[in-house]
Design a protein around this ligand. Structure first.
Ligand code: NAD
Ligand code: MG
Length: 356
């Protein structure tokens, strides 16, 4: 039987976390492309009846995924709560467009195992990792000397420790270059976001931590660089607009057009990150190097501390202090399955000491 061409090329997309910053931009990308069809959507608590043929609010998203028969699952849930969807997609070999970096950080080893069995694609949506994916492509790891992640430095770039004691949630939420959900915006202010991204890059690209660098680049035009062994350095540039990496992951390997304007070329600035003031970057790298469930604990403690900071229960500097304290007290033993990982996440959350 001959199948009409349009039914062959249309990709069925499930968007998890459809009411969030990434989720809403993904709906825009899907709406604008006739080759993408939204078949399922989920949210944490906001009602979304009618948004897609299949919808789910809260609960176990893997039930929605079973029914959706999607070609691509965009995981744009925030936090460890996204881990079930990540592992389900990888295990079932369904292409995973991954915005939810926390799941890969916490469950990196389990995720790689699931991907090996499922043999599906894992396409990063995080802008730096999307850029790296484009730069590294199928290049052999021997050619790559190191990956360089860029970060804007957040709203408090250049400040000393003493100047951060009394900063408020509103000040932390005023990101200079990206407009994002509240949790990742605070992570960008503490540099926990870069800490998470170093670990994310390690699992995505299979390089040891000493070959993953971080550089501060205030305008967020260069998203990542790759140093090759012959001395060449490749960079990926573009306006900070998440519709580009979302579209890249949803239309891969097609690269559909987006409404993002052509880039005007201007001066590009780079600085060393201040890891003494912004402890979360150094702590993330340390947790990644220790391996096991240390990255899971780093993420869990950070999630609890960020919530407390946003609720006004602790100060900005208490976030890193709380995470450092938890990392010193967990055993970090590897998790053999999702159940053990969920338990490690729960234990780390319980260990967070919050003093106002
Ligand atoms: P957001 O807070 O704007 O949205 C989060 C979404 O997840 C919402 O739809 C919410 O309903 C849903 N959700 C929250 N808790 C849930 C739960 N327990 N179970 C199921 N669904 C739940 O967050 P965001 O900024 O869109 O970020 C989403 C993810 O993408 C995060 O992991 C973030 O680190 C990553 N990311 C975001 C950006 C960005 O520009 N916003 C950039 C890179 C990476
Ligand atoms: Mg990023």
């Amino acid at each position: 039987m001959r199948v009409p061409r349009h039914t062959v090329s249309v990709k069925r997309i499930a968007v998890l976390g459809a009411t969030g910053s990434i989720g809403r931009q993904a709906l825009e990308v899907i709406d604008a492309n006739v080759e993408l069809e939204l078949v399922a959507a989920s949210s944490g608590t906001t009602p979304i009846d009618g948004l897609a043929p299949l919808t789910q609010v809260g609960g176990d998203v893997t039930e929605l995924l079973e029914r959706a028969r999607a070609d691509v699952i965009l995981n744009a849930i925030v936090g460890f709560a996204g881990v079930h969807a990540t592992l389900w997609a990888l295990e079932h070999g369904v292409t995973l467009a991954l915005a939810n970096k926390e799941s890969l950080v916490a469950a990196g080893d389990l995720a790689l195992g699931a991907q090996e069995r499922g043999r599906g694609l894992l396409l990063p949506v995080d802008s730096e990792h999307s850029a790296m994916h484009q730069l590294v492509a199928d290049r052999s790891r021997d050619q790559v000397r190191s990956l360089v992640l860029t970060g804007s430095g957040g709203p408090f770039r250049g400040r000393r420790r003493e100047e951060l004691e009394d900063v408020t949630p509103d000040e932390a939420l005023a990101h200079p270059t990206w407009s994002m959900g509240p949790k990742i915006t605070v992570d960008s202010a503490t540099l926990a976001n870069k800490g998470l991204e170093v670990i994310e890059a390690h699992f995505l690209f299979g390089l040891p931590y000493d070959r993953i660098e971080v550089v501060v680049h205030p305008t967020s035009i260069v998203h990542a660089l790759v140093r090759l062994r012959d001395g060449a350095v490749l960079a990926h540039l573009g306006y900070p607009d998440m519709r580009v990496p979302i579209s890249y992951a949803l239309t891969y390997p097609e690269r559909a057009a987006t409404p993002v304007p052509p880039l005007e070329l201007r001066t590009l600035e780079f600085h060393e990150p201040d890891v003494n003031t912004f402890r979360m970057l150094a702590l993330g790298r340390e947790a990644g190097e220790k391996g096991g469930t240390y990255p899971c604990a780093y993420n869990a403690a950070n999630e609890v501390a960020v919530r407390a900071f946003l609720d006004g229960r602790i100060g900005f500097l208490d976030i890193a202090a709380a995470v450092e304290d938890v990392l010193a007290r967990v055993d970090g033993a590897p998790a053999r399955d999702l159940e053990e990982l969920v338990e490690a996440d729960r234990r780390a959350r319980e260990l967070v000491l919050l003093q106002a």
